[in-house]
Design a protein around this ligand. Structure first.
Ligand SMILES: [Zn+2]
Length: 166
């Protein structure tokens, strides 16, 4: 199972695709159209929503990682700005209005998702569970639990570096 294993049919003509070597690796190839299929990464946002010395965590009410505490996050729609996706996802998951205050960085290279991470400041509203979330909690910076997604440990490490500079 790799990132291309679900790409089985040509999007132009519907023919079953084969694997063919293209420069550096095998890619899905249509013998009828004579073209390779290139698969773009998915773009996601993660929000470090802070208030005083705490950060907001959500308990996931959806797979993957159902029932685990996590950072507010979600996918960027095509045509949507990254910043808008961030504000939208925070509101959908926590009902809080927020503003990005610091760009922490981009995390990539582990699988299909490229993640842009922002420190986000509470603007208005009270944290309560929104879409696909069963609980929310403000967690002290030094009590952040292990989080389930591939970049979470790096993100929290970078966040701690950032906190030491402010
Ligand atoms: Zn084709």
């Amino acid at each position: 199972m790799d990132e291309l294993s679900h790409i089985n049919y040509c999007q132009t003509c519907g023919t079953g695709l084969v694997r063919k070597f293209d420069r550096d690796k095998e890619r899905p190839y249509c013998k009828i159209c004579g073209t390779f299929t290139y698969v773009d990464p998915k773009v996601a946002v993660v929000a470090l929503l802070t208030y005083q010395s705490s950060i907001l965590l959500i308990k996931r009410d959806i797979e993957p990682h159902f029932g685990k505490w996590s950072l507010p996050s979600g996918y960027v729609d095509r045509g949507e700005s990254v910043e808008n996706a961030l504000i939208r996802e925070v509101f959908e998951e926590t009902t809080i209005r927020s503003i990005p205050s610091h760009y922490l960085g981009v995390f990539s290279g582990k699988g299909p998702v490229v993640v842009h991470v922002y420190v986000v400041t509470h603007k208005s509203g009270t944290a309560s569970p929104g879409d696909e979330v069963s609980e929310v909690k403000w967690c002290e910076f030094d009590e952040i639990p292990d989080l389930p997604f591939p970049y979470d440990a790096e993100i929290i490490s970078e966040f701690r570096n950032y906190l030491s500079t402010i």
